[in-house]
Design a protein around this ligand. Structure first.
Ligand code: SAM
Length: 297
């Protein structure tokens, strides 16, 4: 079946990946569906309007971003329930990957309505595919915290992770992030920096963490654009000595409240309780525990 012959499913939300730079990466299937749905939900209607205009499309759009998603999702679920077809796109790449869309997709699932993924570009997968680091198992860590102390603490929590790690980073923090990586993971840990993927000034290189900040500083242009960092996992021997904070918490959370799990994990790993508690909440234990869970100091 070709893209244009695929019938639209009434009442379906299509989650559509769009290019991360190179417009040639919009798939024929994505284009065909975007041209036929009733409404397009976009993170930023101006940015997505420009993308669609480049393909000669002018469609009704609704803005869906972190600040209005819960409210707008209810209305969109009603539209889907009435048989409309909707597409969800973000500014670039795959929606929900460090982008809005989770509340809407969850609401559509809970309403028992149809969903279809229209796969395509994602900076995470593109970077991983050229990093030359193990891909059999990896962990996507999204954006690191903006505040220096919180960023270092998060890196400390991840330092013993044996799987390849993938981070997104903003240009104004890339040098600081490189310095923190070398400090927390050790200067010898291999890192692949992928910059401006699929765009004119695309660059990707692999080097030890201890050399990354100097490489970035050597030319201001190297600090411009969009970045993915792919970091080698800790050697297995190192991680045996120092338990992975995330794995430890996951096991403990199956039995304990987040604050208790954080307290035990702190004992086992030697890390501080507060960041472990925050990580415990992120790992899906957002509900207060049996004792009105609060972080221990
Ligand atoms: N949903 C997107 C995806 O699937 O990749 C990611 C959205 S997130 C808000 C934006 C971040 O993705 C950027 O700050 C950067 O870290 C990364 N990114 C997006 N496009 C990129 C590109 N062309 N090259 C390198 N990194 C990119």
């Amino acid at each position: 079946m070709t893209a244009s012959e695929e019938p639209l499913l009434p009442g379906c939300l299509y989650v559509v990946a769009t290019p991360i730079g190179n417009l040639g990466d919009l798939s024929p299937r994505a284009l065909s569906l975007l041209s036929r749905v009733d409404l397009i939900c976009a993170e930023d209607t101006r940015t997505s309007g420009q993308l669609l205009a480049a393909f000669g499309l002018h469609k009704p759009m609704v803005a869906l971003h972190d600040h209005n998603e819960d409210r707008v999702a209810a209305r969109l679920v009603a539209d889907l329930g009435a048989g409309k077809t909707l597409a969800l796109i973000s500014d670039a790449g795959t929606p929900l990957v460090s982008d809005p869309g989770y509340a809407l997709v969850k609401a559509v699932r809970e309403a028992g309505l149809e969903l279809r993924a229209i796969p395509g570009p994602s900076a995470l997968i593109a970077a991983l595919s050229v990093a030359g680091l193990p891909t059999d198992e990896f962990s996507f860590a999204g954006f690191l915290p903006a505040r220096a102390s919180a960023r270092r603490e998060r890196l400390r929590l991840l330092a013993a992770e044996t799987r390849t790690l993938v981070f997104y980073e903003a240009p104004h923090r890339i040098v600081e992030c490189a310095e923190d990586l070398a400090t927390e993971f050790g200067p010898g840990r291999m890192v692949c920096l992928a910059r401006e993927l699929t765009k004119r000034f695309e660059q990707s290189l692999r080097l030890p963490a201890g050399e990354l900040a100097a490489w970035l500083r050597a030319d201001d242009n190297r600090q411009r654009g969009e970045f993915v960092l792919v970091v080698a996992g800790a050697p297995a021997t190192e991680s045996r000595a120092s338990l992975s904070a995330e794995r430890t918490l996951k096991v403990l959370l199956a039995e304990l409240s987040p604050s208790r799990a954080a307290r035990v994990a702190a004992e086992l790993t030697g890390l501080k309780r507060k960041p472990l508690y925050e990580l415990a909440l992120q790992l899906g234990a957002a509900e207060p525990g049996p004792e009105g869970d609060q972080p221990d100091n």
